[in-house]
Write a protein that binds this ligand. Sequence first.
Ligand SMILES: CC(C)=CCC/C(C)=C/CC/C(C)=C/COP(=O)(O)OP(=O)(O)O
Length: 257
Amino acid sequence: SGSIVDIAGLCYTCTGTMMVAASANTLNQVFEIKNDAKMRRTMRRPLPSGRISPVHAAMWATSVGAAGTTLLACKANYLAAGLAASNLILYAFVYTPLKQIHHVNTWVGAVVGAIPPLLGWAAAASEVSLNSMILPAALYFWQLPHFMALAYLCRDDYIAGGYRMLSFADPSGKRTAWVSLRNCLYMLPLGLLAYNWGLTSGWFSFEASLLTTGLTIGASSFVLDPTHKSARRMFHGSLLYLPALMAGLILHRLPNQ
Ligand SMILES: CC(C)=CCC/C(C)=C/CC/C(C)=C/COP(=O)(O)OP(=O)(O)O
C-alpha cells in the first residue's frame, strides 16, 4: 500500500480471504471427521461430536468459498481471487489427504499457510514480485517449528488419528527438532532483506533479528534435549513470535513498495 492505506480495499480483502479460508478449513474437517473423532485434540469439534452434520458443513464450505472468491474477484482483483481459490484446492485436496500418507504433508501445509500474505500483496499491488516474497517466506519457515512442536507434543494423538507426521517416523524427536532449528535459521536473514529491499526501516530488521534469535534459542534447546518441556516452550515461543513480527512489520513498513 501507499502512505494512505485503502481501508475499504483492506476490509474486502480480509473478508474475502477469511471466507475462503473458512471454506478450506471446513472442507478439511469434513474430510477428517473419522480421524478427528479418534484424536483428543479434535474430538470435540462440531463435526466429530455431531453438533453439525457433514451435509450442512459441505453446503457452508461451498457457499462461503464461492462468495469469498467472488468478493475477491470483484473488489480486489483476479490475481488475489485466483491465489485464494488455488490455495483452497491445495489445502483441502492435496494437503488434507497427504496427512494420512506421508510426513511431507507439513511442508505442503506450510505453502498453504504462506499464501495468504501473498494474496494480500496481490490485492494491494495487482502483481507479485520478488519483494512480495519476504512475508510468505517468513510464514513458510515459521510454520515448521510451530507444527513440528505440535506434531511432537501430540505424537500419540496423531498416530491414533491415522496421521503421518514426521514425529511418527521419529520417536526420539531428533529429526523433528533439527527441522525446527533449520527453519528458524532460514528466517534469520529475512529482516535484513526487508530493510535492504526498502520494504521497512532498519528497526524492523533489528526487531526481526531479536525475535528470530529468541525462537532459534528455543529450537536449539529442543535439539539438545527433545522433551515435551522443550517442545512446549518452542511452541509457545512460536505463538508469540508471529504477532510480534507482524506488528513490527506494520509499524516500520515503508509505503509505496
Ligand atoms: C485463502 C486460504 C484458502 C487460506 C487458507 C489458510 C489456511 C487454512 C492455512 C492453514 C495451514 C495449515 C497447514 C493448517 C493445519 O491444518 P491441519 O489439518 O493440520 O489442522 P488440524 O489438525 O487442526 O485439523
